[in-house]
Design a binder for this molecule. Structure first.
Ligand code: MF3
Ligand code: CO
Ligand code: CO
Length: 278
């Protein structure tokens, strides 16, 4: 086991810039998420925005962790029963689809990583409820972040909320430390026990990105080597922010003008932690 890096003031400024740029890609693409567009077209729009407008590098493109083939596209598009890492292509969005768009940019060497759920037309009651519970899971996890807290505190509150709603938490994928490296220590599990695992210290930066299934938690990998689906074909949802541990709590780095508002339990107690609200 290595250790969790503590970012310098310079690193933190670089991560604020990268986080904002990643969130702004989601703001940019939101109006394009409509029936009839293909996931490949969404990828191309985002790719061109990142490269030509933001002068960023799309981190997923050719990303090749050990045991994987290089990821062939610039974003991830995960529809309905796709848990994560859906590869953009010819698939056309249709009314009722629930899709996660996951954006990671590299700016001046620093990574910003964030994802949101989008609905095409009217979502089913279940898809909306799953997306809403997953959103609250992400923010409940984030709300635990402060020096002296433990990673297990984050996982526990996420698991409690998801399972109380009758949903399940994916175990095989987790949040992650992030900085000049896309995926670094620690692993941020979305299940667990309070007071366990690493103690948080100011200057750590990691993502919180729960994947919550409407049915059973088991997954299966598709033949493309990347796409992950629920084994029982139930719906899956995910939201993601990149977060800094501050001296007093947390600072969400992946903020943008049109990011969805945090739940009211966050607004009340942590408004100063989200610059967009301050
Ligand atoms: N953005 C994903 C995450 O949140 C990772 C995607 S890796 C890719 O960690 F290669 F599929 F893009
Ligand atoms: Co991530
Ligand atoms: Co991501």
């Amino acid at each position: 086991m290595g250790s969790i890096s503590i970012k310098t003031a310079e690193d933190i400024e670089g991560m604020r810039i990268a986080g904002k740029l990643a969130a702004e890609v989601l703001d940019f693409i939101a109006p394009h998420v409509v029936a009839g567009i293909s996931t490949g077209e969404l990828d191309k729009l985002c790719h061109d925005y990142m490269v030509d407008v933001q002068q960023c590098i799309p981190a997923p493109l050719n990303y090749c962790p050990p045991g994987y083939t290089p990821y062939p596209k610039s974003i991830c598009t995960s529809i309905n029963d796709v848990v994560c890492h859906g590869i953009p292509g010819d698939k056309v969005l249709k009314n009722g689809d629930a899709v996660n768009l996951d954006i990671t940019v590299i700016k001046n060497g620093y990574h910003g990583d964030t994802s949101r759920m989008f609905y095409v037309g009217e979502p089913s009651i279940l898809a909306k409820r799953l997306g809403d519970i997953t959103y609250d899971c992400m923010w409940l996890g984030i709300s635990k972040i402060r020096p002296g807290a433990h990673l297990g505190d984050i996982g526990h509150v996420i698991q409690q909320h998801a399972e109380a709603a009758g949903f399940s938490v994916v175990r095989e994928f987790c949040g992650h430390g992030i900085g000049k490296v896309f995926h670094e220590e620690p692993q941020v599990l979305h299940y667990g026990r309070p007071g366990t695992l690493a103690e948080l210290r100011a200057g750590m930066i990691f993502t919180v990105e729960p994947m919550i299934n409407a049915g059973r938690r088991e997954i299966r990998e598709m033949g493309d080597g990347w796409t992950i689906k629920t084994r029982d074909r139930s719906l899956s949802a995910q939201w993601e922010h990149t977060v800094l541990v501050t001296e007093t709590g947390f600072e969400v780095l992946t903020i943008s003008p049109e990011m969805p508002a945090p739940p009211s339990f966050i607004k009340e107690h942590h408004a100063g932690s989200i610059a967009a609200l301050a």
